[in-house]
Write a protein that binds this ligand. Structure first.
Ligand code: THU
Length: 304
C-alpha cells in the first residue's frame, strides 16, 4: 500500500474515488525522486483538527492547508534518494513499505483553494499531496533556491500523472476521443484490428498514432509507437499520459510498446485503455510494466 488514506471527517460524495489518484501522485513523486518501496499516510481532516495540530506541533494557532510530519530525519542538504538506509528503518509491515510519515490535509481549505484557482478539488488534493510527499522526502522551501527545486519536482510528478500546469490540459475523456479519431486512419488489412493512440506530452501537446501493418507481418508498427514516434520527432521527450483504443477489443499495449513508453514516461503515467464505443479503464504504466528497465537504471536522465 503506497497511501494509507484516513478520513477524520465525513467522505464527501465527489471524493469517493480519491485513493487511486493519490496512489498515482505518490508513485510519481517517488519516481521523480528515484525512490522505491515507500509510502505515507494521508489524513483528511477538518479545520479544527489542523488548527490544533498547527498550534501543538508548530506553535502557530491558525488553520493551514497541509501539514507534513516526516518519520525520517534527513541530514542537511540530503533528500530521500541518498538516504536508503534511513528509509529502510521506517519499514512498516502493515503498509508493506517504508512509511515516510503523515500528510495532513484540511479539506475545507483545499475546497477554497480549488475554487480560487478554478480547478477541481481532486486536482488541489493531488497538488497538496505531492507538496507534502516532497517534504516527507526531505525537501523544503526556506530559501528561493530550495523553493524552486521543490516546485520543479512537484511539477514533474504532477505532469507525469497528467495534471499539468495549464488549465486546458485535456481530460482522459478527451485523450480517449483523440485516440478514437486516430483509429480511423489505421492500416490493418491483415488483422482487421484497428488501433488508435494519443499521447499527451509533459509540455501539453497531443500526438496521435495508429497501427500500420505490413505484408511481412513482423514489420507492423503499433499505434502507441506510431504516436510516440510523432512526439519524439516533434522534439518532445516526456510523456504525461496515453490513451489507446481498439476497434473490436480493448487494446492492451503490447510488451514492446510498454517498454518504449517507459523510456519517456514515469511509472505513474496514466494509460487510458479501452474499446471503441465501450469506454475505458485507467492504469498506470508501472502497473502494466512492473520492475521495468528505465533509462535512469542505465544512468540516462531523459529530460526536457
Ligand atoms: N496493436 C497495436 O497497435 N498496439 C498494441 O499494443 C497491440 C497490437 C496492433 C498491431 C497489429 O496491427 C494489430 O494490433 C494486431 O496485433
Amino acid at each position: 500500500m503506497t497511501i494509507d488514506l484516513q478520513w477524520a471527517c465525513p467522505v464527501p460524495d465527489d471524493l469517493t474515488d480519491l485513493q487511486p489518484m493519490l496512489e498515482r501522485v505518490a508513485l510519481a513523486c517517488f519516481d521523480a525522486e528515484g525512490v522505491r518501496g515507500a509510502g505515507f499516510c494521508v489524513r483528511v481532516v477538518d479545520e479544527d483538527e489542523i488548527r490544533a495540530l498547527n498550534r501543538d506541533m508548530r506553535g502557530i494557532d491558525r488553520p493551514t492547508d497541509v501539514l507534513s510530519f516526516p518519520t525520517v530525519s534527513y541530514p542537511d542538504g540530503r533528500t530521500a534518494r541518498s538516504c536508503p538506509k534511513r528509509l529502510a528503518r521506517e519499514y512498516d509491515p502493515a503498509m508493506g513499505c517504508a512509511n515516510l510519515g503523515d500528510c495532513v490535509i484540511n479539506l475545507k481549505q483545499a475546497r477554497r483553494q480549488a475554487a480560487e484557482y478554478g480547478h477541481s478539488l481532486t486536482r488541489e488534493l493531488a497538488y497538496l499531496t505531492a507538496h507534502s510527499a516532497f517534504h516527507l522526502m526531505g525537501y523544503d522551501h526556506m530559501n528561493e533556491e530550495d523553493k524552486a527545486n521543490m516546485r520543479n519536482m512537484e511539477e514533474r510528478a504532477l505532469e507525469a500523472v497528467g495534471i499539468a500546469r495549464e488549465a486546458e490540459t485535456p481530460s482522459h475523456d478527451r485523450l480517449f476521443e483523440l485516440a478514437c479519431e486516430a483509429m480511423q486512419n489505421s492500416y490493418s488489412p491483415y488483422s482487421h484490428f484497428k488501433v488508435g493512440a494519443c499521447i499527451l506530452t509533459a509540455d501539453g501537446r497531443t500526438f496521435k498514432g495508429c497501427n500500420f501493418e505490413n505484408a511481412s507481418y513482423g514489420a507492423t508498427i503499433c499505434a502507441e509507437r506510431c504516436a510516440a514516434a510523432c512526439a519524439i520527432a516533434a522534439g518532445a521527450r516526456r510523456f504525461a499520459a496515453i490513451a489507446v483504443v481498439g476497434s473490436t477489443a480493448v487494446a492492451w499495449p503490447c510488451g514492446i510498446c510498454r517498454q518504449v513508453l517507459r523510456e519517456f514516461s514515469d511509472t505513474g503515467m496514466p494509460v487510458i485503455v479501452g474499446q471503441y464505443g465501450k469506454g475505458y479503464t485507467v492504469k498506470t504504466l508501472g502497473e502494466l510494466l512492473p520492475e521495468g528497465l528505465s533509462p535512469q537504471d542505465l544512468g540516462v536522465d531523459v529530460d526536457q
